[in-house]
Design a protein around this ligand. Structure first.
Ligand code: 5GP
Ligand code: ZN
Length: 142
């Protein structure tokens, strides 16, 4: 048996509470939700990182996440005040399950979930430094 827990969920060999299924992606509730209604959207195919997904699967992943985010805002069951989309690609980014997934995390006023990035407040590179980094990234993605 494939020892990837998300492959087992896709194959029906492990339980999950699904909110969406199609021919490319599946979405189900996270068993350790950050907030009530926390969803994971995953490719049915085993790929480790979202940036390595086939184009169509990557597009579907985001399309389904957007639709589910709208549902979280709208429904009476989970009327979220906001939504965070989150991806951890790679161990250094906090990835724990090495089958690509996109977190859709409903947010509620006063839910206590803090995205803490002191770097956003503290560092301010010069325009020259920003341009130099932007140039390198743009060149390698061209
Ligand atoms: P990561 O840090 O890799 O982005 O997050 C992995 C997520 O998968 C965590 O939020 C964790 O709670 C969730 N998770 C781990 N194992 C299972 C499982 O067996 N079923 C479900 N539904 N979620 C899982
Ligand atoms: Zn897998």
């Amino acid at each position: 048996m494939n020892d990837c827990i998300f492959c087992q969920i896709v194959a029906g060999e492990a339980p999950a509470s699904f909110v969406h299924r199609d021919e490319l992606v599946s979405a189900f509730l996270d068993i350790r939700p950050v907030t009530p209604g926390h969803i994971l959207v995953i490719p049915d195919e085993h790929v480790v990182h979202t940036h390595d997904l086939p184009e169509a699967t990557g597009e579907r992943l985001f399309a389904v996440a957007r639709r589910l985010a709208q549902s979280l805002r709208r429904t009476d069951a989970v009327r979220a005040d906001g939504v965070n989309l989150f991806v951890a690609d790679g161990e250094a980014a906090g990835q724990e399950v090495f089958h690509a997934h996109l977190h859709v995390i409903p947010r509620y006023q006063g839910d206590g979930f803090v995205v803490d990035a002191s770097a956003w407040r503290d560092t301010q590179p010069t325009r020259e430094e920003l341009d130099e980094v932007a140039g390198r990234i743009a060149q390698s993605s061209a």
